[in-house]
Design a protein around this ligand. Structure first.
Ligand code: IMP
Ligand code: MG
Length: 174
């Protein structure tokens, strides 16, 4: 099936919002070090841009979980594909995600991370689709709340395509 992408949020809008969130996080974590956890692959673009806007000391780690295959519907099945390299004990953890949709992935992940005894765990997402929520998840920092549309760009993919778009777009099927 052919598809095309329509812009929903421009590169400037996304960059400006990331700068604002970075400032807020820098205030909230004043005097602390924040340990950013990137959920691959989607969270990677947002995480690196956000990290550059945070002025308190930052450390980073990466994990990968599987939720979506080639379709646009969540399977609800969450599997750890790549675990973190570092222990979380005593750290102020901030999970950085591309999008919270049903909330299934994050809910599972946050429970698992809390079991590792960090000092705190917060969640930061670039996008939130609240209309789609199935499992309750507390989001501490949100870039944009968006309507129930399938979006790509800034790390988000459709069938592994479009992650490199510097804006957020909606996939339209022709
Ligand atoms: P959840 O478990 O349903 O909240 O799904 C979260 C994951 O599904 C995200 O991290 C994305 O990888 C993927 N996802 C959800 N909505 C979209 C979308 O609109 N475009 C691309 N990926 C999405
Ligand atoms: Mg993701």
């Amino acid at each position: 099936m052919a598809e095309h992408v329509e812009i929903m949020l421009t590169e400037d809008e996304v960059d400006n919002r990331i700068r604002e969130i970075g400032e807020q996080i820098s205030k909230d974590y004043a005097g602390k070090m924040v340990h950013l956890i990137c959920v691959l692959k989607g969270g990677s673009f947002f995480m690196t841009e956000l990290a550059k806007r945070i002025t308190v000391p930052v450390s980073l780690d990466f994990m990968s979980v599987s939720s979506y295959g080639g379709s646009t519907k969540s399977s609800g099945v969450v599997r750890i594909v790549k675990d973190l390299d570092e222990p979380l004990e005593g750290k102020d953890v901030l999970v950085v995600e591309d999008i919270v949709d049903s909330g299934r992935t994050l809910s599972y992940l946050l429970d698992m991370l809390r079991d590792r005894k960090p000092a705190s765990v917060k969640l930061c997402t670039l996008l939130d689709k609240p209309d789609r929520r199935v499992v309750d998840v507390n989001v501490d920092y949100t870039g944009f709340q968006i309507p129930d549309e399938f979006v790509v760009g800034y790390g988000l993919d459709y069938d592994q395509k479009y992650r490199n778009l510097p804006y957020i777009g909606v996939v339209r099927f022709d």
